[in-house]
Design a protein around this ligand. Structure first.
Ligand code: SAM
Length: 266
């Protein structure tokens, strides 16, 4: 707790994780430097930390000595723990009087099923609090020197999931906005998504960036075009987790990297 208190010296009090309460917290994209102070407070106080696969082990290493770690997520292609089982476990732990930290990658309410877990806790009458995290869709762009918004280029940015079947989702209205797309969980369906975007009117030479393992020492960035990206990803053997950015904002990267290099920051 000491390091958290030092960091939080400017705050008016450390939020307390009470027995029987759940904090549904975001752990950010991986780099422990992107944790919020409240997430660190949760790590320090929790009796039990129920975490997803994408929570970095250096983040988990910040847990207090009293904390037990429980894994609840997808690992090595094996099926995920059922969402209802995870929610049930959170409720069970809270009712047993534990201080529970439910730690999810990125932000708990962005493509992380945090909404379902919060709903289940609310239905069960378990007191909970939601602690936002830095979502991968923002962190990956910043880490790769791609501005999420750029005056004169875009007025909006669209977060979408690539997970799911094409029939169930019409990409054309998103393409018609002319605004950049930031896609989560799209790596396994790059061809299908490319085809749907091109059919929806997106130019095959639209710039695309793939940012894999963003903010981690293993981060990789691939710059391509919509038409080529699936082949380029295969050739470069880029693995998930990754964010896919489709849009003109990707073109700003080169200039920004030159400036960063001039300042000796990379
Ligand atoms: C189940 S979603 C969870 C998203 C998370 N709640 C968030 O706000 O970032 C998992 C997807 O997030 C993206 N992701 C998470 N961490 C990432 C990272 N460090 N680098 C790139 N993409 C990441 C990938 O698209 C991955 O498939």
């Amino acid at each position: 707790m000491a390091s958290y208190q030092a960091l939080a010296a400017g705050r008016t009090g450390v939020p307390l994780l009470a027995p029987g309460h759940v904090w549904l917290a975001g752990a950010g994209p991986g780099d422990p430097g992107l944790l919020t102070l409240d997430a660190v407070a949760g790590l320090a106080q929790a009796d039990v930390i129920v975490h997803d696969a994408l929570v970095d082990k250096r983040v988990l290493a910040m847990a207090g000595a009293q904390a037990r770690l429980e894994f609840a997520g997808k690992r090595g292609g094996k099926p995920s723990a059922a969402q209802s089982d995870i929610s049930r476990r959170l409720i069970e732990l809270a009712r047993a009087g534990e201080r529970v930290l439910r730690l999810k990658g990125g932000d708990p309410f962005i493509f992380g099923r945090g909404g379902e877990e919060a709903g289940a806790l609310a239905d069960a009458g378990v007191p909970f609090r939601v602690i936002p995290g830095v979502t991968a869709g923002l962190a990956a762009l910043a880490s790769a020197a791609i501005p999420a918004t750029l005056r004169g280029v875009n007025r909006a940015i669209i977060f979408a999931t690539g997970h799911g079947e094409e029939e169930a989702f019409d990409w054309a209205p998103l393409v018609r906005t002319g605004q950049p797309l930031v896609l989560y969980m799209a790596m396994h369906r790059l061809e299908a998504i490319r085809d749907a975007l091109v059919q929806g009117g997106c130019a095959p030479d639209m710039p695309v960036a793939i940012i894999a393992s963003a903010t981690l020492p293993t981060e990789r960035v691939l710059i391509s075009t919509l038409g080529r990206v699936a082949d380029d990803v295969r050739e470069a053997a880029i693995e998930p987790p990754a964010i896919v950015v489709v849009g003109e904002i990707v073109n700003a990267r080169d200039r920004l990297l030159q400036i960063v290099a001039l300042a000796g920051m990379r």
